[in-house]
Design a protein around this ligand. Sequence first.
Ligand SMILES: C[S@@+](CC[C@H](N)C(=O)[O-])C[C@H]1O[C@@H](n2cnc3c(N)ncnc32)[C@H](O)[C@@H]1O
Length: 310
Amino acid sequence: MSDLHYHGFGGNWTVIKLEMLQRYLEAFNTALQGKPLPSSPFRRVFIDAFAGTGECAINLDGKTVRIEGSAKLALEVQPGFDDYYFIDLKAKHVKALNELAQTYPGKRVAVLAGDGNARVGELLQQISWKGSRAVMFLDPYGMAVRWETLQQIAATGAIDLWYLFPLNAVCRQAANQFDKVDANKSEALTRLFGTTDWMEDFYQDTDQTDLFAEEEMAVKRQRVLSQDEILAYMQRRLRTIFPVVLDPIKLPDQGSPIFALFFASANPSQSAVKLTKRIAGHLLNMQLTGMLRTKPLRVGQVTGSEGLFG
Ligand SMILES: C[S@@+](CC[C@H](N)C(=O)[O-])C[C@H]1O[C@@H](n2cnc3c(N)ncnc32)[C@H](O)[C@@H]1O
């Protein structure tokens, strides 16, 4: 790969999330082969709405290690998908994705430039969901995924979703003191949760004695939900629109979490619910119990820390 593909971000949790995605894609495509009927199987679709370049340069113990990113892993997965859609906002990444697509001439790949929310909204209207089943990966750096996008995904009834939820960023926006949540933070949280209810649910009035004027009682609105409770809140929100939402895993798996990886499925059919719960539940559980052995996904290695977290 040329340096067009160099994309510095992430750490050991990137390997974990990609390993889980890759294994899910393999299991999904294997399970759906020849379904519902060998003569008219579902079209299997992969949608990567924050697709990157096909490569990630991650920081592992102070070293930059280049590994295959989600787009490349999806193209390599066996059995393959019928259609691949890669979306990215950044022009350089779109160029890298187009270059990557050209190296797979036998595959139907569409690279879409622009905001993932907007492009997903348009794309979901164009696919016939009666005859298609999809896996979508939402892997933003931060709080870019809008609630309406999740609603549109859920409304297809046909998409299995892996969503890297920006737990730490959400907790930073939802400051401990409500008066520190400015208009920008408030709008970002409302876009992400799809409701203003978080203002009531996260915060409570607390009487606080002012140390310098003991008689005066100041009423302050304080956040009363912990990071774990905010994650549980998001899980409850997702359960209002998806028939399947499994318990997320926090990433990194040691120390302070930055993200949480959610699996949700829009497919309400009993057989699909059983299957997706079994496959995704098994993967999440393997990670929780330390059984997920991550394969070395590296495509090369550079020393030092140049370009990290770009
Ligand atoms: C964490 S990276 C994705 C990494 C990718 N999944 C991989 O494994 O290689 C996030 C990507 O989202 C892109 N991005 C940022 N904001 C976006 C937006 N609003 N819509 C679509 N893509 C966006 C960035 O350019 C970046 O390539």
